[in-house]
Design a protein around this ligand. Structure first.
Ligand code: G6P
Length: 608
């Protein structure tokens, strides 16, 4: 979603800001803009569409500015247009502001401004905020921002610039991330560390309700109420190479193919295959509470929600703990019944998804232990959860989540085994699972070698606009994930569901040639899945099966088969998801879709 970059230092700001915006492109956006302090005035340039469009407009001019702010916008209030793009100006262009989040009471604030003779000209909530800062400006930008934010209901990450105070940027956050990168005689502020890492690895994460005044030679942080706050310097965990393509055509391909490595990183230092033990340092202090829990609620959105669903099967099967999975957007508003035996596990790659964060906060208000399964180190959910486990799978840039899903499932598997050992799982059973888990990265590598075969199958069915994905047990969430992957990047309509559910309606859709993907690996419900395959075949559907290596029975039933290694059932999601990721990827490429920047989607959904 929207991205912020700001620079103050001794170098030319314009190219740094533009490069920073490009690093945030993966988040999704529809317009972009930049405000530069050129001598005594602020020059604002905005363009609809790609950052390349903004660069084209800027190409005619030179810039000597060493201070500026920039933004990529993902429209919420008002359509994507040059006028609605950020930065927004106030006080006849003396102030410029960029904003992520939503000012919920912007209508009331707009009326208030009108009553004070200030007219807004765009449809955005952000313009209102810019004018509000202008309205309160009386010689101190910091004070004006403070007063303005005290009037705001909603969420914000902002960066503000004043032509009358050229030696500073003001940034603030509430519910939308803001990071200050501390360089040598320069500062880069951004909503996402990807825009900072090229310049410095030393960062400060602002917390909700904090304002930072960032100057050339230092910065200070206070609360909204002007109480000074001492911030700690953190180190970024990832490097520039990790957020570059490294020879792949798309980030999604890079991330699919690096799964053997990223998964190994997730497992590293946490499982001891020789001893058959798991140690998750991040939740060690809560492991007794967790083991005594009466109920686990996984909460998440999107692909992370599918990982939660796998977690539900794992926790009930391996740890013998009642578990359920709920969309964070529902959980947060339904006044959930939580007693002190309930533990909430929030799963989020970004650690910034607005609904998932709100669910964590709701659970904390109700006194539940909250755990985070998060990738982005230092993100809001990671900091607000009582304890948690990082994925350590490296930054994920492709909008369609792949390696993060793999690592989320791996973390939940490790949690289930560790928890199981504290409850009913025997040492021998745990040992076997851990042995098998340790082999998964290498087995994923073998599946990836099937990429060309999967592509050749996709070529045969690429013209079909409706697909079904069916699975049972542990592979039901994978059916959902396979369908989501396909629809989000190739725009083919796909539905995933438990295989048995097909007979309760969706079977009516099956006609000659409709592709139906079955996850039909060997396991408790294998025979039942074969029965479902027969039902599809007899109605003319084209069956594509994900099946276990060595299974020859399936060859008689399915038109195409993608093989995966034989692994214990609780670990199957980590192998069965891989061919479906490749299937979606090849489908999107074959259809000429923008794989890494699918239409209308955002990498991190930071508004409701
Ligand atoms: C967006 C992304 C998905 C992701 C979901 C949850 O919809 O496009 O790929 O699964 O948000 O994101 P999170 O960062 O919380 O895992």
């Amino acid at each position: 979603m929207c991205g912020i970059v700001g620079y103050i230092g001794r170098k030319k700001a314009r190219s740094i800001l533009i490069e920073g915006l490009k690093r945030l492109e993966y988040r999704g956006y529809d317009s972009a803009g930049v405000a530069l302090l050129e001598g005594e005035r602020i020059a604002i340039t905005r363009a609809v569409g790609r950052i390349a469009n903004l660069e084209r407009v800027l190409a005619d001019t030179e810039s000597g500015a060493t201070v500026g702010i920039a933004h990529t916008r993902w429209a919420t209030h008002g359509r994507p247009s040059e006028a609605n793009a950020h930065p927004h100006a106030a006080l006849s262009g003396r102030i410029a502001l960029v904003h992520n989040g939503i000012v919920e009471n912007y209508r009331a604030l707009r009326t208030y401004l009108q009553q004070h003779g200030v007219e807004c000209t765009t449809e955005t909530d952000t313009e209102v905020l810019a004018h509000l800062v202008g309205h309160f400006y009386n010689g101190s930008l910091e004070q004006a921002v403070r007063y303005a934010l005290q009037e705001v209901q909603g969420t914000y990450g902002i960066a503000v610039l004043s032509a009358d105070e050229p030696d500073r940027l003001i940034v603030a956050r509430k519910g939308s991330p803001l990071i200050v990168g501390v360089g040598d005689g320069e500062y880069i502020v951004a909503s996402d560390a990807a825009a900072i890492v090229e310049h410095t690895a030393r960062v400060v994460y602002l917390s909700d309700g904090e304002i930072a005044v960032v100057g050339m030679d230092g910065f200070r942080t206070t609360t909204l109420e002007a109480v000074p706050v001492t911030k700690k310097l953190d180190d970024l965990e990832f490097t520039l190479e990790q957020i570059e393509l490294g020879g792949h055509e798309h980030f999604m391909a890079k991330e699919i193919f690096e799964q053997p490595l990223s998964l190994a990183n997730t497992l590293s230092g946490r499982i001891n295959a020789r001893e058959g033990t798991v140690h998750l340092g991040g939740i060690a202090c809560e492991s007794r509470t967790l083991a005594r829990a009466k109920r686990i609620i996984f909460t998440a959105q999107g692909t992370a929600w599918h990982a939660g669903l796998v977690g539900e099967y794992l926790f009930e099967d391996v740890a013998k703990l009642p578990a359920e999975t709920e969309f964070a957007s529902e959980f947060r508003y339904r006044n959930p019944l939580i007693d002190d035996g309930t533990v909430i596990i929030a799963i989020s790659q970004s650690g910034e998804t607005a609904d998932t964060l709100a669910a964590v906060r709701e659970a904390k208000i109700k006194g539940a232990l909250t755990l985070g399964v998060v990738n982005a180190v230092g993100s809001t959910i990671a900091r607000e959860a009582d304890a948690g486990v990082y994925l350590h799978c490296g930054p994920e840039i492709g909008v369609a989540s792949t390696k993060a899903f793999m690592s989320q499932v791996a973390v939940l598997t490790m949690m289930a085994i560790e928890l199981g050992r504290r409850r009913f799982l025997s040492g021998q059973d745990a040992w076997q699972l851990i042995q098998a888990l340790d082999r998964i990265p290498e087995q994923v590598d073998r599946i990836l070698a099937e990429s060309d075969h999967i592509r050749s199958v996709v070529e045969k069915v690429i013209e079909r606009e409706n697909w079904l994905f069916l699975g049972r047990g542990y592979n039901y969430p994978i059916a959902l994930e396979g369908a989501l992957k396909l629809k989000e990047i190739s725009y083919i309509h796909a539905e995933g569901m438990p295989a048995a559910e097909m007979k309760h309606g969706p079977i009516a859709l099956i006609n000659a040639g409709m592709p139906v993907v079955f996850i039909a690996t060997r396991g408790q419900q294998y025979d039942k899945v074969l029965g479902n395959i027969e039902e599809v075949r007899s109605r003319g559907g084209r069956v594509i099966a994900v099946a276990t290596e060595g299974d020859t029975e399936i060859d008689h039933l399915a038109e195409h088969v993608f093989r995966v290694p034989d692994v214990p059932e609780p670990l199957q999601p980590m192998v069965t998801v891989v061919p479906l990721q490749l299937l979606a990827y090849h489908a999107a490429v074959l259809r000429g879709c923008n794989v890494d920047k699918p239409r209308n989607l955002a990498k991190s959904v930071t508004v409701e």
